[in-house]
Design a protein around this ligand. Structure first.
Ligand SMILES: NC(=O)c1ccc[n+]([C@@H]2O[C@H](COP(=O)([O-])OP(=O)(O)OC[C@H]3O[C@@H](n4cnc5c(N)ncnc54)[C@H](OP(=O)(O)O)[C@@H]3O)[C@@H](O)[C@H]2O)c1
Length: 332
């Protein structure tokens, strides 16, 4: 099969197309023909091994390969079609159109991927193309996890820092659908996008510092590495919740103290991506409570350009790579 591979860490140019062996499904596994994969910030970080949150470098380098990448095919989030299933698989059959997360196994930048039946995979929302569906699981699963942990109530004031990114854009939609008043913080070029997704208010971080506005919030959802922890905690209402999806080591250490010693709660957990959570997301998509936000779609041969687009940070939504055949229209 064809795959976008990389054999050394570096800039987008290390990505190239290669022929690699097609995997086969084991007893409890499914073989999926990938049709689209999101090119994510995480893929770019794994490719370059540059992390804004520095403590992640060592554990990830040990896991992914000290001198060169152990897993040559990137891609954590995808949509595709089941081609074959192992003898003990009961919940999927050949022909099923699916989407989901490959988790740390990666591999969605290849024409075929094998995943365990119990991975975070679900039937593709019928009202989405493969490209649109591939743009959902990263943002949807991570945002759902944090929004659920925040137990948002209707009318609460929610601040989303990094709101125009893959995770933030889904968090806006989820918080808005729960009846929250959402304030989004991101670069000014993303204002129209985040307002369209349900943000009531917008702060351009390149012009204004949200921590000096004098405003307070019930929930702060923060995806920006290196944001000012103490000042953000100071913006919480009594009983407020701060959720950080990209914590520095110092935030990890201080979070327990804040939760124990104050009336505020800090959550820094990484999202467990589950089948049940993806099923919830699918229901919300089919009920038109969540939409997919695709910025640009690139063919496999332009993976380098796709990663450049993610890294220039000018994108309005997800960058998607179509794998193999062209996409097909969604059902109405
Ligand atoms: N906790 C978890 O489970 C988990 C899971 C997946 C990923 N992550 C990590 O979380 C991070 C975000 O993921 P993502 O995929 O949503 O990234 P993303 O798509 O790049 O989104 C980040 C957003 O934050 C904006 N931003 C940058 N600096 C800002 C600032 N000072 N104030 C406000 N907004 C700012 C960026 O805008 P610009 O265009 O201006 O840069 C961008 O729109 C990544 O580093 C990723 O590795 C965590």
């Amino acid at each position: 099969m064809k795959a976008i591979v990389y054999t050394r860490y570096g800039g987008p140019d290390v990505l190239h197309l290669a022929d690699v062996p097609t995997p086969a499904a084991g007893d409890r596994q499914i073989l999926i023909k990938v049709r689209a994969a999101e090119a994510t910030k995480s893929d770019c970080e794994l490719r370059s091994f540059r992390y804004a949150v520095r403590w992640l470098w060592l554990p990830l380098r040990i896991a992914f390969g000290i001198t060169r990448p152990r897993r040559r095919i990137l891609g954590g989030y995808f949509a595709g079609e089941v081609v074959s299933v192992g003898g003990r698989v009961t919940s999927f059959a050949p022909g099923d159109r699916v989407y989901g997360s490959a988790g740390l196994r990666l591999g969605a930048y290849g024409e075929y991927i094998v995943l365990p039946e119990d991975a975070a995979i679900a039937c593709k929302p019928r009202n989405m193309t493969f490209a649109e569906a591939a743009a959902v699981p990263l943002g949807g699963l991570n945002a759902l996890h944090f929004v659920q942990r925040a137990s948002i109530k209707p009318g609460e004031q929610v601040l989303i820092n990094g709101a125009g990114g893959s995770i933030g854009a889904h968090a806006i939609q989820l918080a808005h659908s729960m009846g929250a008043q959402v304030t989004a913080v991101d670069h000014g070029i993303k204002q129209d996008l985040v307002r369209r997704l349900g943000a009531d208010d917008f702060i351009d971080y390149t012009i204004d510092d949200v921590t000096t506005t004098g405003r307070t919030f019930d929930v702060i959802f923060d995806m920006v590495p290196g944001s000012p922890y103490r000042r953000l905690i100071g913006m919480l209402q009594p009983g407020g919740r701060y959720l950080n999806g990209n914590p520095r080591l110092s935030v990890l250490l201080r979070s327990a103290l804040t939760t124990r010693l104050t009336d505020k709660t800090v959550t820094v957990a990484f999202a467990p991506e589950t089948k049940q959570a993806l099923a919830t997301i699918t229901e919300m998509i089919e009920a038109q409570k969540i939409q997919s936000i695709v910025d640009r779609i690139y063919p496999m041969s332009q993976a380098v350009a796709a990663h450049r687009r993610v890294e220039t940070e000018q994108r309005q939504g997800a960058v998607v790579i179509t794998i193999g055949e062209p996409d097909e229209p969604a059902e109405p």
